[in-house]
Each structure stands twice: as C-alpha cells, then as structure tokens.
Design a protein around this ligand. Structure first.
Ligand code: TYM
Length: 333
C-alpha cells in the first residue's frame, strides 16, 4: 500500500580496508538497490570507536570508505551517504534503546563474544552496547529494509526485538519491523581458512582481497588461496565438506553473477590451477576500475567531504522529526 514507504538503511565501519566480503556481501547490493528504493548509506564511525582507533587513521578511513561506496557505483545525488557522528540522533536514540533492551538480549550476541574474546572484562561498554546503537541507526529513519551480509543477521533480529519492545512499552505502532536483505554472496570466507569469514581484522593480508588491491596482489592472493587436491566438481553436491573450494566457486559466481551450480558446470573436472587463472581475470576486471576510482577520489578529499556534509544535512532532515516524535512518545518532551 502507498502508506508504507520502503526505505533502505545500511552501514559499514571505517576500520581498515574494505574487502571483497564487504563488496560482495553488502556494497555491491547497495548500488543495485538504489534504483528501487530510497537509500541511506552510513559510514559508522561511532561503531568504529567501540574498539581503539587512531584518530588520524579513523578520519582517513572514513574518507576512504566513502570513496569506496561511490567507486562501487552508489550515486551520492540519488542516495544519502554520510558519516554517523554528524547526526546526533543516532547517539540519542541509542540511549533510549539502552533503556529498552535487556542485558539478557545483549548477552546472546555472538559478535560481542567473538570480538571481546577471553578479555571480556576489558571490552568497552560501547562494544557491548554496539547492537543498540545499530538498532538506533536503522530505526532513526524508520527504515524497512537493511541489506547486510549474513554476519549481521543476529543484530537485525535484535533490532526487531527492540522495535517490538518499544512499541509495546509505549502502546504504539511507532517503529516498523525492519527486514534484513541478504543477497548475493552472503558469506565470503577467508582465503586462508574456509571456516572463518573474510574480515578486516584478520592478521594475514593474504586472507582477504582488498578493494584497493592491484592486479598483482589479487593474482598472488588467489594463487596462494587454500584449496584441496580434488578437481572441481560437476555440481554443488560435490562441494560438501570442501569449504575452501565452495568459497572460491562462490566468489566466482558472485563476481560473474552466476549460480554456483553454473560455475560447477563450467569448470567440472578442471584443476584449481586452471580455475584460478579465470578467477583472477574476473576479479581484476571487476575490482580494478573500482580501485582506480577510489584512488582518484582520494586525491579529491574536498569533494568527498562535501558529499558527507550534504549527506549529513539530508539525513538530519529525515531523522529530526522522528526523534522528536520519539521524545514525545517517551515523555521527554
Ligand atoms: P561491517 O563494517 O563489519 O561490514 C559491512 C558490511 O559487509 C558485510 N560483510 C560481509 N559479507 C559477506 N562476507 C563477509 N566476509 C563479510 N564481511 C562483512 C557485513 O555483513 C555488512 O553488511 N554492524 C555493521 C555496521 C552497521 C550497520 C548498521 C549495518 C552499523 N549500523 C545498521 C546495517 C544497519 C558492521 O560492523 O558491518
């Protein structure tokens, strides 16, 4: 119906390099959704500081990630691109949600457990409360759809729990229940270990393809990527228990916009050495233009800053009336 507007919100942390997992799991889909939806894409610097960041690196990473979004095809005129800390409503709504969410809900979050590791008492309060800020990001705009990789699914479920609890506490239907959109390569794994997701925080740079890697590094990393001694299977059934093989075929399929079954049929019986040559060609063809555009934008920081500043103004215009309604509902004004 015409009353319920579809609004997309998603975010990416400005910590370290954007990698192929971010691209295939999220950013490429964001670019594709801009034709159908009103989209708000956020560089989440307040989330980044839940773990220690060097201030000048954080500033540089915020610009680099913004450049990455634009280089991947997200048009800052049609969409809103901004960094989180410039719209104070994120932090304000997060506080309200800290007073709605329950300790028990946050205790279940696997990302906190992974990130805090054995030194739980040493983790920041911010890292623990991270998911309530993420719920605030989404609900500050009453977003209905959230395109993310699979690792963010649990946080989306919590966001829905918070929206539901808020609505029932205040006997209202104020917040919509946002839906995750998990598209394409939902889970890109490490090139060194098929049981771990590709991540910015992995110590080995060989575990990931960065969006700024040049053709030589892309080739080297895929050549070194772990495989198994078997040739490629005829169908996806033959990928059972072969996590590294499944990952590389999945990456190829995502880059080529083919199903894994189609990739299997194309390379059935071939050795990995042969497949990897094609994979490298394809990855370079997709990533090189994006890397070049990121480099070009990095030489024009004034333009990138202007995009962020315009984006923050436009985001504020949407957020302000919603936050002011929240304050009325809660009794703060
Ligand atoms: P972040 O910065 O870790 O990752 C950004 C996006 O990339 C996806 N992603 C992956 N997808 C597939 N395979 C991988 N190996 C992989 N690694 C990362 C993530 O799922 C994500 O979609 N908490 C979020 C940021 C955030 C957010 C939000 C997202 C803050 N507020 C509100 C949506 C809505 C995060 O840390 O993403």
């Amino acid at each position: 119906n015409g009353e319920i507007m579809n609004r997309i919100f998603s975010g990416v942390q400005p910590t370290g390099n954007l990698h192929l997992g971010n691209y295939l799991g999220a950013i490429r889909n964001w670019a594709r959704l801009q034709d159908q939806y009103d989209c708000i894409y956020c560089v989440v610097d307040l989330h980044a500081i839940t773990t220690p960041q060097d201030p000048s690196e954080l500033r540089a990473n915020t610009r680099e990630v913004t450049a990455g979004l634009m280089a991947a095809g997200i048009d800052p005129k049609r969409n809103i691109i901004f960094n989180q800390s410039r719209v104070s409503g994120h932090a304000e709504l997060a506080w309200v949600f800290n007073c709605v969410a329950r300790l028990g809900w946050l205790n279940r979050m696997t990302q906190f457990k992974e990130k805090a590791g054995k030194h739980r008492d040493n983790a920041t309060v911010g890292l623990y409360a991270y998911p309530t800020l993420m719920a605030a990001d989404i609900l500050l705009y009453k977003a209905t759809h959230v395109p993310v990789g699979e690792d963010q699914k649990q946080h989306l479920e919590l966001t829905r729990d918070i929206a539901k609890a808020f609505n029932s506490m205040f006997e209202t239907d104020f917040f919509p229940m946002p839906e995750p959109l998990i598209l394409g390569a939902a889970r890109v794994m490490s090139l060194r270990d098929g049981s771990k997701k590709m991540s910015k925080s992995d110590d080995s740079d060989y575990s990931r393809i960065n969006m700024t890697d040049d053709a030589d590094s892309i080739a080297l990393k895929f050549r070194k990527a772990r495989t198994d001694p078997e040739p490629l299977p005829e169908s996806t059934d033959g990928l059972e228990g072969r996590t590294e093989a499944a990952n590389l075929l999945g990456i190829y399929g995502a880059l080529a916009d083919e199903t894994i079954q189609q990739v299997c049929e194309e390379f059935a019986g071939k050795p990995f050495s042969q497949f990897k040559v094609q994979l490298i060609d394809l990855a370079v063809a997709v990533l090189a233009p994006i890397g070049h555009e990121m480099k070009r934008l990095s030489e024009d920081p004034g333009y990138v800053d202007q995009v962020l500043s315009t984006g923050a103004d436009r985001a504020t215009q949407i957020a302000t009336p919603i936050l002011s309604d929240v304050k009325k509902v809660v009794g703060l004004t």
